[in-house]
Design a protein around this ligand. Structure first.
Ligand SMILES: Cc1cc2nc3c(=O)[nH]c(=O)nc-3n(C[C@H](O)[C@H](O)[C@H](O)COP(=O)(O)OP(=O)(O)OC[C@H]3O[C@@H](n4cnc5c(N)ncnc54)[C@H](O)[C@@H]3O)c2cc1C
Length: 468
């Protein structure tokens, strides 16, 4: 193959770019250093249970329109199942069911919110005032605050509200603690996820491990549009003259060349792949100042069923979100391997220094608040995966460090959740970045860019009330 475009990196950003370019009739080669596609949203083989397991449970939301559009294009949309309701476990272990009523946004969640058992009436009113003020916040007014927690303090959100509500939502969406989150990044989570449109909050959970999707339908869909995928092929160094990238030197020898390049690797890998002159360009050097946040997933196989709920959010403790994979996988009985639960801990710095055994014990103790069977269960097998560089941290000021997809070199695009997409580090951000990079390539080749899925429309009442 004599490719017109080479895409480096087979995560969601690279897949999105390659698919879009392939669909536009371009000859595309996608190279990925690992043996599998998927990058951070991927699976591994767990030997003890002889099963494919996602490195960490990923969820999308109704507001992730570009991601969902790509899933439809790739023929995998049906594998992401919308949760009918969410389950919030209060500090006393009571499970609160959370679902939309028939009302339009922004009132669709009001009834569920009002029924939350672990807030007093006064706290709920305070929260409602805080939420309304946040949605109305302008970038100029936000600039006064050094971080989101400072904003919450000024808006009289108590320590309890900060922990049980604001932290619970923000840590899951942004993988950071309140004192490390940019105010406008926090605002985006609440506006896009809960206020703008009544379907935005819907959580979508994959019902099969990611690798089943990549190895089957995703590879087939890429093949259908003529994208050649080569796994186990890594970029070592990009070669360029002043005007353009000329070739890619591969790890282990060999070179590849094309007219256009999309580099879709994580930002912390990028700089070492570039020629010095490009790496030192101010718009590129600043990428290195982005900081990272860790996410851990604790995979537990236990000897009995802890709950029949498919998932639950815990608002206190180290457990943030538990996924009942046995139920989500559609298997009622997993007695040979055990009942499989996956616990997600975002911004998991607090786990450093604890052994895997200590963490598993603490997790079970916390789960037992709501699911008493966790008290006496036996762990059949457990595994902890910590991605120390899971996502870029949405620190105050981080947006100016994120580059556009157009690199300083004309025939080179960046893609990845860390580029400017308007989104935090998410599958949606990754897919948007790939689509934007591919559109830039099409533009350079003199072709019309293809439309990217727009965000969900803002509900009439939300426009009237908040001026969104
Ligand atoms: C633990 C965890 C939980 C998460 N949970 C969620 C969630 O619930 N919902 C959500 O929306 N997002 C979640 N995310 C974020 C989401 O996974 C990422 O935003 C998204 O997958 C990033 O995709 P990407 O293509 O930009 O980068 P990556 O997935 O990192 O892909 C980059 C690819 O480039 C390859 N590569 C690197 N160097 C080279 C080289 N030299 N040559 C060739 N290839 C190379 C890598 O192997 C990788 O496959 C989570 C992330 C983690 C880590």
């Amino acid at each position: 193959m004599n490719p017109e475009v080479i895409v480096v990196g087979g995560g969601l950003a690279g897949i999105a770019a390659a698919y879009r370019l392939g669909s536009a009739g371009k000859r595309v080669l996608l190279i990925e250093s690992r043996p599998r596609l998927g990058g951070r949203a991927s699976s591994f083989h767990d030997l003890a249970t002889d099963s494919e397991v996602d490195n960490c449970q990923h969820v999308a939301m109704g507001c992730c329109t570009a991601f969902l559009e790509l899933c439809r294009d790739l023929g995998i949309a049906q594998e992401f199942v919308p949760a009918k309701e969410l389950y919030f476990v209060g500090p006393d272990g009571r499970v609160n069911r959370f679902r939309a009523s028939g009302l339009p946004a922004p009132f669709h969640l009001a009834w569920s919110f009002w029924r939350l058992s672990y807030f007093s009436v006064g706290e709920k009113l305070s929260l409602a005032r805080g939420l309304a003020a946040l949605v109305k916040l302008t970038p100029k007014a936000a600039a006064r605050f050094s971080h989101f927690e400072a904003w919450l303090v000024e808006h009289k959100q108590s320590a309890r509200l900060k922990q049980l509500f604001w932290h619970t939502v923000c840590v899951s969406a942004l993988s950071e603690t309140l004192d490390r989150i940019d105010v406008m990044a926090a605002r985006k989570v609440f506006v896009d996820g809960f206020v703008a449109h009544r379907d935005a909050w819907r959580v979508l959970i994959p019902r099969v491990p990611f690798d089943v999707l990549y190895a089957g339908p995703v590879k087939a869909a890429l093949g259908r549009v003529g994208v050649e995928v080569r796994t186990g092929v890594a970029l070592e160094k990009l070669a360029s003259d002043r005007e353009k990238v000329t070739s890619l030197q591969l790890r282990g020898g060999g070179t590849l060349a094309a007219d256009q390049y999309v580099v879709a690797v994580p930002f912390h890998r990028l700089i070492s792949l570039l020629p010095d002159e490009l790496a030192q360009h101010p718009n590129v050097a600043s990428i290195g100042q982005l900081e990272v946040a860790p996410i851990s997933s604790i995979h537990l196989w236990v000897d009995r069923e802890l709950t029949t709920l498919p998932h639950a959010v815990f608002v206190e403790g180290i457990v943030q979100w538990v996924f009942n994979r046995t139920v989500l996988d559609g298997q009622s009985d997993q007695t040979t391997k055990g009942f499989y639960y996956q616990v997600v801990v975002s911004a998991s710095r607090n786990l450093a220094g604890l052994s895997q055994g200590e963490i598993a014990t603490r997790v079970l103790k916390e789960l037992a608040i709501a699911f008493p069977a966790a008290k006496d269960c036996r762990i059949v097998h457990s595994r902890q995966v910590t991605e120390h560089r899971a996502v870029f941290a949405p620190l105050p000021g981080h947006e100016v460090l994120r580059p556009t997809q157009q690199s300083p070199i004309a025939n080179l695009q960046w893609a990845g959740d860390w580029t400017q997409t308007g989104w935090p580090a998410t599958m949606e951000g990754a897919v948007r970045s790939g689509a934007l990079a591919a559109n830039n390539v099409l533009g350079r080749l003199g072709e019309e860019p293809r439309p990217i899925a727009p965000p969900l429309p803002v509900a009439w009442a939300s426009r009237m009330l908040f001026g969104l």
